[in-house]
Ligand binder design. Structure first.
Ligand code: ADP
Length: 166
């Protein structure tokens, strides 16, 4: 059984992430989407909210499971007997950063965790979680970036922020 982990912040999940999830789920028997609980960042959505969004968005994909983790990916992978990480590549800028992480993970795991890259579908090459947040913070249209229910949740977050509720 070929299993892989797709780790990331997913704050918020976009159509770019969903595209990688769909394609990876066709390559592997089981795909675990693992939301990183990164205490260094100040996320828009809590880990629980991000996990719930991903679960809802992938409910039609029976071999996709959503989980969360803290700390190093290599430890999460070892604990769950996972040996392949999936990451998406959009541009050369992604490549430099991703190459370093992939090599570090391979080294730190003594060769037990390898990384496989899927290149972005062209229609999503421009998409990033940070640009979605930037657009939404000015109440812009993000309907081409994220599913409708996610767009509603993002707009709600910014509305609450404006009203000083968060
Ligand atoms: P990070 O994990 O670096 O905080 P993200 O959660 O935004 O970043 O992304 C997780 C993974 O999804 C990364 O491998 C990233 O390159 C990939 N990714 C993000 N946006 C896209 C996109 N539009 N197309 C393809 N891959 C993407």
């Amino acid at each position: 059984m070929k299993r892989a982990v797709y780790p990331g912040s997913f704050d918020p999940m976009t159509f770019g992430h969903l595209d990688i999830i769909r394609r990876a789920s066709e390559i592997f028997d089981v795909l675990i989407v693992a939301v990183l609980n990164n205490k260094g960042k100040c996320p828009l959505f809590s880990v629980e909210e991000r996990v719930n969004i991903l679960r809802e968005a992938t409910k039609d994909l029976p071999n996709v499971y959503v989980d969360s983790f803290s700390g190093l990916l290599i430890n999460y992978a070892a604990e769950n007997n996972l040996h392949v990480a999936v990451r998406g590549l959009r541009a050369i800028s992604d490549f430099e950063y991703e190459l370093q992480i992939a090599q570090t993970n391979r080294k730190l795991s003594n060769g037990k965790l390898d990384t496989i890259f899927l290149t972005t579908s062209l229609e999503y090459a421009y998409l990033s979680s940070s640009s979605v947040k930037e657009i939404a913070s000015f109440n812009g249209d993000i309907s081409q970036c994220v599913p409708e229910f996610v767009a509603d949740l993002i707009h709600e977050k910014y509305k609450n922020k404006e009203q000083g509720n968060e």
